[in-house]
Design a protein around this ligand. Structure first.
Ligand SMILES: *Cc1c(COP(=O)(O)O)cnc(C)c1O
Length: 494
């Protein structure tokens, strides 16, 4: 199966080529040239097997230059008991209609582990398959969750070094501690005196600096990134929607072929796009509900057909969805309207920050997706209500998802499926202060003390990877200026 660009002028490559390069040469994103199919009979068969086996079966349809045995071995390592104790993506019953797909049982307690535990293994194989003999230097700018998940995924991986940069005052104390105590012999972490944009621009500048690229090459290295537009991050996300369906089927909660609706809290449109691909493959899915926080650019887009990022940016208690550029939306436009139309929209977006899709395309999108959003008081209320009603504790991002699923059920009435699968993207303990404040209506203690307080308040256990963070050894405490980013990068190669 070949991979081509969403903008139509990026040539053709293998899956390994797409995973190694990340972005197509015309600036577009890589997509498989066709979407493989998944028969109802296959879904029933997958119901009987483990998560790693489900994953290898789905991945082998997309990554045809990887053998099934390679994929199975990688999936067993990525999603085994040692990294995901108790199962990779369990589904919980919350009331009559909602089925919550918990994606945060990995090493960093957020859903990015689902992709970033597997992608490094696919990446290393891609280096071998493409005959690459240089070492990859992966640079990541992070506002919190991606950096930690990437560090944990790439630690001690042969042929790779990774450096993460985060804005010194732009991440939570827990996130900072998670990164500062990172283990591994090929990792480096820097706090940058600036905001997330300064940090991200710093990384982009290094990537596009010909002098830097040459210095790296002379030392036997090349730059790579781990960001969410890489196909290697998207493809593992398709698996868990299929797996959730298999679980419901196995439990007799649905019958074979019965449709479910899926609701995903998203910013980048990556996680919900993966659910759409699962539907296009043949998974029986009715509506896809796109859940946003107060930064509701996607809700507006789905309702009006106009994508306009000329608007205020809000800092919310679901910070991993505080995004105004939903990069993966480009993949949906491509699938529904083709590469010429997509290239035009993307040109308008970069020139004026805005584009408006054709009526035909707006209608096509509307058949598949519904958009809802949840503001800050709504998020707090949902956390409280779901806890009081069901004794089920959710984080701020998952609460946005649940609120939107409930709004959808109310509005769709009879048209909704019997079951709505809601993606839960982080442990409640990862955003313990906000969750505590939502439940108690009073200020939470700061940092690790908030985790203790939440645990005492609810009688639940602190998610294992987050427990005892304040007792771990701090390995990285360097704070640098944005202008120092190139020099510290070169220092790494000595
Ligand atoms: C990254 C993240 C999201 C948003 O994911 P998308 O890639 O934008 O779909 C949601 N919740 C949490 C906790 C995250 O870390």
């Amino acid at each position: 199966m070949d991979y081509i660009s969403t903008r139509g002028n990026g040539g053709r490559t293998t899956a390994a080529g797409a995973i190694k390069t990340g972005l197509a040469s015309d600036g577009g994103l890589f997509m498989p040239q066709s979407i493989p199919s998944l028969e109802v009979g296959e879904i029933s068969k997958l119901s009987g097997v483990s998560y790693p086996e489900r994953a290898a079966a789905v991945l082998s349809k997309f990554l045809t230059d990887y053998t099934y045995d390679e994929l199975l071995s990688d999936c067993r390592e990525a999603y085994g008991e040692s990294r995901f104790p108790g199962g990779a993506a369990p589904v919980r019953t919350v009331g009559d209609r909602l089925r919550v797909l918990e994606l945060w049982h990995g090493p960093t307690a957020a859903f990015k582990d689902m992709a970033l535990q597997l992608m490094p293994r696919l990446f290393v194989r891609a280096l071998r398959k493409t005959g690459e003999d240089k070492t990859a230097l992966i640079l990541v700018a992070t506002s919190g969750d991606t950096g930690k998940a990437a560090l944990e995924g790439y630690r001690d991986v042969d042929g790779v070094r990774i450096a993460v940069f985060y804005p010194v005052d732009g991440v939570s104390r827990v996130q900072k501690l998670q990164m500062a105590t990172q283990e591994g012999n090929n990792v480096e972490v820097f706090a940058v005196r600036g905001n997330f944009d300064d940090t991200q621009n710093g990384v982009k500048r290094i990537f596009s600096d010909a002098g830097m690229v040459k210095s790296l090459s002379d030392r036997g290295y090349f730059f790579s990134s781990a960001n969410s537009i890489n196909w290697g991050r998207l493809v593992p996300q398709i698996v868990y929607y299929i797996s959730a369906y298999c679980d419901l089927l196995e439990n007799g909660d649905i019958s074979a072929g019965e449709k479910v609706d899926i609701c995903v809290p998203t910013g980048n449109f990556g996680n919900i796009f993966a659910a759409y691909i699962a539907k296009r493959m043949g998974l029986p899915v009715g509506r896809l509900v796109c859940a946003s926080n107060r930064n509701n650019i996607l809700t507006d887009f789905l309702r009006t057909g106009i994508y306009d990022r000329n608007r205020d940016f809000h800092t919310t208690m679901s910070p991993s969805m505080d995004i105004l550029i939903s990069s993966n939306l480009e993949r949906l436009l491509y699938l529904l309207a083709g590469s010429d139309e997509t290239a035009g929209y993307m040109k308008r977006l970069s020139e004026s920050g805005r584009y408006s899709v054709s009526d035909a395309l707006k209608n096509e999108i509307g058949k598949e997706f519904a958009g809802y959003f949840c503001d800050e008081p709504g998020t707090a209320r949902t956390i409280r209500d779901i806890y009081n009603e069901y004794g089920y504790l959710v984080d701020t991002h998952s609460a946005v998802g649940i609120s939107c699923a409930l709004q959808y059920l109310e509005e769709a009435g009879e048209k909704a499926a019997k079951r709505v699968i809601v993606a839960s993207t982080a442990s409640p303990y990862k955003f313990a202060s906000s969750v505590y404040e939502s439940l108690k209506n009073e200020k939470a203690p700061d940092g690790p003390a908030a985790l203790e307080a939440l645990s005492r308040l609810t009688g639940t256990e602190i998610t294992a990877p987050l427990a005892g963070l304040d007792k771990k050894q701090v390995r990285f405490s360097r704070v640098i200026e944005p202008g120092d980013m190139p020099s510290v990068t070169l220092e790494l190669l000595k």
